[in-house]
Ligand binder design. Structure first.
Ligand SMILES: CC(C)(COP(=O)(O)OP(=O)(O)OC[C@H]1O[C@@H](n2cnc3c(N)ncnc32)[C@H](O)[C@@H]1OP(=O)(O)O)[C@@H](O)C(=O)NCCC(=O)NCCS
Length: 173
């Protein structure tokens, strides 16, 4: 496990410093034969958008440890503009939970829909792949404080599930 020298360890940073926006236009190569965005492509963008916030906050390399449950609430079409907004919800030690919210904008119809949300956990690593501690995050707004509290509950669920899956793997069931 990693430790840090508290004298040199970076000070906590506000959530807003990690907030990142990414925009993608859906092109034919991103879509299935019916002209709808491939779920896997959106997952890729969510991963990248999440990593942006994790990099900005930790100022380290990061690897994706997990992505929680993902719903696709509306089909997204070729030509739509996809906006992904991410920020760090909470830092634990070497890991941090990042929330990504996805909207789609159809600029012809002048419509915008929330199409997906996801919680990802990233682990900060150095250039040798060794885990490194991440500075704490400061939730300032009410929404940020709510997400911070919820992230603690989600971590407990995530760890319980991980433990359960590991037991099944060991038993081969
Ligand atoms: C994710 C990974 C770094 C965890 O390393 P590990 O040695 O198994 O895990 P540890 O038990 O030491 O835990 C390290 C941290 O990761 C967290 N973690 C580990 N597995 C996790 C999971 N499945 N979901 C969420 N968090 C997880 C732990 O809670 C811990 O966080 P903390 O330091 O904030 O308390 C390691 O499994 C790995 O490198 N996986 C491959 C990552 C990858 O290739 N991603 C896709 C490409 S980027």
């Amino acid at each position: 496990m990693n430790s840090h020298d508290s004298d040199n360890f970076p000070a906590p940073r506000p959530v807003r410093d990690s907030q990142s926006d990414m925009a993608e236009i859906v092109l034919p190569n991103d879509a299935n034969p019916l002209g709808a965005l491939l779920g896997g492509r959106l997952m890729h963008w969510i991963d990248l958008a999440g990593a942006l916030a994790a990099h900005r906050h930790s100022r380290h390399y990061v690897v994706t440890a997990s992505i929680d449950h993902l719903d696709f609430l509306f089909p997204v079409r070729v030509g739509d503009l996809v906006i992904l907004r991410s920020s760090v919800n909470r830092v634990f030690h070497t890991s941090m939970e990042v929330g990504v919210k996805v909207w789609v904008e159809n600029y012809i119809a002048d419509e915008a829909h929330h199409v997906s949300s996801a919680y990802l956990t990233f682990v900060a690593v150095d250039k040798n792949g060794k885990h490194v501690a991440v500075p704490a995050v400061i939730p300032e707004t009410e929404d940020e404080q709510r997400r911070y509290q919820d992230a603690g509950r989600r971590r407990e669920i995530r760890h319980a599930e991980l433990e359960r899956r590991r037991r099944h793997l060991v038993r081969g069931t």
